[in-house]
Design a protein around this ligand. Structure first.
Ligand code: NAD
Length: 490
C-alpha cells in the first residue's frame, strides 16, 4: 500500500518527513502512517502541474489522444476494482459491496464518461457585421474553450474515489493538469490513483496527489499557480475556501453539505417509499451529502409509515465492511460518532423519541452507531436544522402540501429533495416549488452523468456533470476575425 505524495509521476516522502495516522474505522487500529504535505510540498506539486500545463504535451494533445490515455486510466481502475474497493472499505468503513459495485465502478465510469464527452464537445461560431476604421467588415466569431491551466481538487472522506474521479475526469479531459488533495481521514485510494496514472501513461505532472491536513488544502487554494478550485466538503470549510479563492480571484466550485428532506404523501406507494427513505438515510451510515435525513410525512399515515421505516432498519445487515453481505458499517471516526451522538442526546433531552429497530447488537470494536429515527423532535432543534452526516432520520408531520413545501424549504441547505407520491401533478407542483439543486421523485439518487449535480443556497455553488463540468474547467475565449464585405481583389 502506497502512503506517500505523488508528484511529477513519482511517489515521494513529504518535506520534513511529516506523517499523520490513518485509522481503520471497523477495527480502530492504525491502517497507515501517511505522508503529510506541507506548504513546500504544495509548492512542488503546483510547480509540477504548472510545468505540465505550460510546457507538457497534455493541453496540446487532441481530445481523442487524451481520451485514449484516460480510457486506460479507467481500465486500470476496473482491473484493480476489488483491491481498490477493499482499500476504500477499510479506509472509510463503507461496506465492500457498495465500494466495489458502486464507488469504484463509478470511478472508472466518471473518467470514461468525461473523456468521451470532451471528444464530442463542439464549440460555437457566429458571423456578423461591423464598421471598423471606415470600412464595412464581416466578422467571424469563434468561441474556443481553452483549458484553465492547473486545477486544485479537494475532496472529503466519505466517497474518495468516486468524488475524486468525478472532478478529475472533466479537469483532465478538458486539458488541464491538477493537484488532488484527499481527506486526512481516508486518503489511500486517492494515493493509489498515482500508480494507475503511471500504468495508463499519463504524462508526469498531469496528476499530482497530496495527502495532508486542512492546512495543505488551504495552501493549495491560496497558491498563485492554481487557476481553479473544485472543493467538496462541509459548509464551514467551503466558506473559507471561497474567501481564500476571492483573494486571488480564482474560479471556484463548491459541493457542500445537505439536510435533504423526504416528502412522503398519503398517496404514495408506502412500502416502496419506506424502503427508499431508509436507503436514502442509512446507506453509507448516513455519511452521504445527499442523505435524506429529514422525513416529512403526511400526518394521517405518519405512524404506519414510521413503522415501515423501522421494519427496513431491521433488514440491515450490520457488521464487518469487508464482508460482502454487510450493508451497514461503522462511522468514520470516534470524534464523528461523538458528534452524531451529541445531536441525538440533545434532541432526546428536549423530548424527542429515539426509535430503533436494529437487528442484533453492534460489533464491540469499531466506530459503530445504530441507525435511528428521531420522532417528536422540535423543528427548531439542531438535529433538524444542522447536517448530522450520520444514520439519524428526523420526523416532522404535515397536513397539507403547502405545509410540506414550507417545511422542506426551511433552513439553510438546498442540496436534494425526494418526493414520494403516486400523483404526477403533485410531484411536478412540489418539485417546482422546492428550493434545492436536485429533486428525485419516487427514487433516490439515480444519476445520469450528463445532468447538473449541485446544491442551491448554502449547499453549494456551481454545478457539475456533463457540459457543466467541462465549462467550469475551461475558459471561454473569443477569437474574432474580420474580412471585407466585398471581394476587393475581384
Ligand atoms: P471538510 O470540509 O472537513 O473537509 C473536506 C476537505 O477539505 C478535506 O480534504 C480537508 O482536509 C480539506 N480542508 C480542510 N480545511 C481546509 C481549508 N481551510 N482549505 C482547503 N481545504 C481544507 O469535510 P469532511 O468532513 O471531509 O466531509 C464531510 C462534508 O462533505 C459533509 O458536509 C458532506 O455533506 C460534504 N460532502 C458534499 C458532497 C457534495 O457533492 N455536495 C459530497 C460529499 C461530501
Amino acid at each position: 500500500m502506497e502512503t506517500r505524495l505523488f508528484i511529477d509521476g513519482r511517489y515521494e516522502s513529504a518535506s520534513g518527513d511529516a506523517r499523520f495516522t490513518d485509522l481503520e474505522p471497523a477495527t480502530e487500529a492504525t491502517l497507515a502512517e501517511v505522508a503529510s504535505a506541507d506548504t513546500r510540498d504544495v509548492d512542488r506539486a503546483v510547480a509540477a502541474a504548472r510545468r505540465a500545463a505550460d510546457h507538457g504535451p497534455w493541453p496540446r494533445m487532441s481530445a481523442e489522444a487524451r481520451g485514449k490515455i484516460l480510457g486506460r486510466l479507467a481500465d486500470e481502475i476496473e482491473k484493480h476494482a476489488r483491491e481498490l474497493g477493499t482499500l476504500e472499505a477499510r479506509d472509510v468503513g463503507k461496506p465492500i459491496s457498495e465500494c466495489v459495485n458502486h464507488d469504484i465502478a463509478r470511478g472508472a465510469r466518471n473518467i470514461r464518461f468525461f473523456a468521451a464527452l470532451a471528444e464530442t464537445w463542439t464549440q460555437e461560431a457566429s458571423f456578423g457585421a461591423a464598421k471598423f476604421l471606415g470600412a464595412d467588415l464581416r466578422l467571424a466569431n469563434l468561441t474556443a474553450r481553452a483549458p484553465l491551466g492547473v486545477g486544485a481538487i479537494i475532496i472529503p472522506w466519505n466517497s474518495p474515489l468516486m468524488l475524486g474521479t468525478w472532478n478529475l475526469g472533466p479537469c483532465l479531459a478538458a486539458g488541464n493538469t491538477c493537484v488532488l488533495k484527499p481527506s486526512e481521514l481516508a486518503p489511500l485510494t486517492s494515493i493509489a490513483l498515482g500508480e494507475s496514472a503511471n500504468a495508463a501513461g499519463l504524462p508526469p505532472g498531469v496528476l499530482n496527489i497530496l495527502p495532508g491536513l486542512g492546512a495543505a488544502g488551504a495552501a493549495l487554494v491560496g497558491h498563485p499557480g492554481v487557476d481553479g478550485v473544485a472543493f467538496t466538503g462541509g459548509v464551514a470549510t467551503g466558506r473559507r475556501v471561497m474567501a481564500a479563492a476571492a483573494e486571488s480571484l480564482k474560479r471556484v466550485t463548491l459541493e457542500l453539505g445537505g439536510k435533504s428532506p423526504n416528502l412522503v404523501f398519503a398517496d404514495a406507494d408506502l412500502k416502496r417509499s419506506a424502503a427508499g427513505v431508509a436507503r436514502s438515510i442509512f446507506r453509507s451510515q448516513g455519511q452521504s451529502c445527499v442523505a435524506g435525513s429529514r422525513l416529512l410525512v403526511e400526518r394521517k399515515i405518519a405512524d404506519d409509515f414510521i413503522a415501515l421505516v423501522i421494519a427496513e432498519i431491521g433488514q440491515l445487515r450490520i457488521g464487518d465492511p469487508l464482508d460482502d453481505k454487510t450493508d451497514y458499517g461503522p462511522l468514520i471516526s470516534a470524534a464523528h460518532r461523538e458528534r452524531v451522538d451529541g445531536f441525538v442526546s440533545e434532541a432526546r433531552a428536549a423530548g424527542a423519541e429515539v426509535l430503533g429497530g436494529m437487528r442484533g447488537a453492534l460489533p464491540a470494536r469499531g466506530f459503530y452507531y445504530p441507525p435511528i429515527v428521531l420522532d417528536r423532535v422540535r423543528p427548531e432543534s439542531r438535529a433538524v436544522c444542522e447536517e448530522i452526516f450520520g444514520p439519524v432520520l428526523t420526523v416532522e408531520r404535515f397536513d397539507h402540501e403547502d405545509e410540506a413545501i414550507a417545511l422542506a424549504n426551511a433552513g439553510r441547505y438546498g442540496l436534494a429533495a425526494y418526493v414520494w407520491t403516486m400523483n404526477g401533478e403533485r410531484a411536478l407542483r412540489v418539485a417546482d416549488r422546492i428550493r434545492t439543486g436536485m429533486v428525485w421523485v419516487n427514487s433516490f439518487f439515480l444519476r445520469d452523468l450528463r445532468t447538473p449535480f449541485g446544491g442551491a443556497r448554502q449547499s453549494g455553488l456551481g454545478r457539475q456533470g456533463g457540459r457543466h463540468s467541462l465549462e467550469f474547467w475551461t475558459e471561454a475565449k473569443l477569437i474574432c476575425m474580420t474580412y471585407p464585405e466585398d471581394n476587393a481583389n475581384g
